[in-house]
Design a protein around this ligand. Sequence first.
Ligand SMILES: [Zn+2]
Length: 212
Amino acid sequence: METRDTADTARPDAFRVGDHPALDFLNTLAAPRGTPIEWLASGQDLLDWLVGAQLLSSAEATRLASTWPATDIDAAAREAARFREWLRDLVARLAGAGPSSLRPADVHRVNELLSRESGYAALVSGEGSPDWRVARRHRWERPDQLLVLVAAPVADLLAASDWGLVRQCENPQCTIWFYDRTKAHRRRWCSQAACGNRAKVAAFRARQRGDD
Ligand SMILES: [Zn+2]
């Protein structure tokens, strides 16, 4: 399948319907209208997505974009997209077979990304709260450390998930994954507007055809 060229077509905002940052990351390649859209097509895309996901501040993203060569950040985005496609297979496997199907090689891959972190703790205040607290700060040395920001929520997903609640939208044309946090655990669609209503209309038409 060809992905839509992002430069000359209006691309919607990235989807934030996964109810888990790791699944939102997985959904940075999605086909909500049948045509796959890539939200990690460049280094700038990666920085924008991380800011939108509140995994990186916009001031930090601007500083990194002006510090590192664009080609190096592009390479980090390509690595993030490869990691994402590897994660897609892994999530499908775990959603089907449960956490016991996690292999040592899977763990190693995630841990390798996490180990790139060079960080430190800092006493900070502000950001919506007047209280002082201890926060983790990143010491950015290389663009490939950006992968830490996506590997961390992926590690959370792998460590603490009820895999019966990690599901794909029931629209067969839709590829979006989500964590079902509804009370009744009956969420079926990425969104009612995008896929739920369309399924309802299709079922209604099918019934009408049956009546003819
Ligand atoms: Zn959907």
